[in-house]
Design a protein around this ligand. Sequence first.
Ligand code: SF4
Length: 120
Amino acid sequence: MEERKFICVSCPLGCSLNVIINNKGEVASVTGNSCPRGTAYAKTEVNDPRRVFASTVRVKGGRLPVCPVRSKTPAPKGKLKEIARAVAELNVKAPIKIGQVLIHNVCGTDVDIVASRDLA
Ligand code: SF4
């Protein structure tokens, strides 16, 4: 058995979660949560931690030299450095539309990198 502590970030309340993990690596219990989303968050943090990735990409011929981007959905935490390298190598031609997919299935994660704004 292992005990881990997390802060649930699913809403601004930020409940402190105590998570008991059994010998098989499974979540055995979650306490400290004020709603079921805390349990779901703890299970994701233990089994498949993910984060929204945000950065900028270089733009050719745009009104600005860079455009902010983010992952359309949270990406696996263990892949964030690899994703950052892929995004750093990207050069995009203007114009760009907000939500435009700039990298599909980045680093084989099933996550798309999309533009966070329009750029003429
Ligand atoms: S457990 Fe529920 S109430 Fe607490 S931070 Fe998470 S989502 Fe908010």
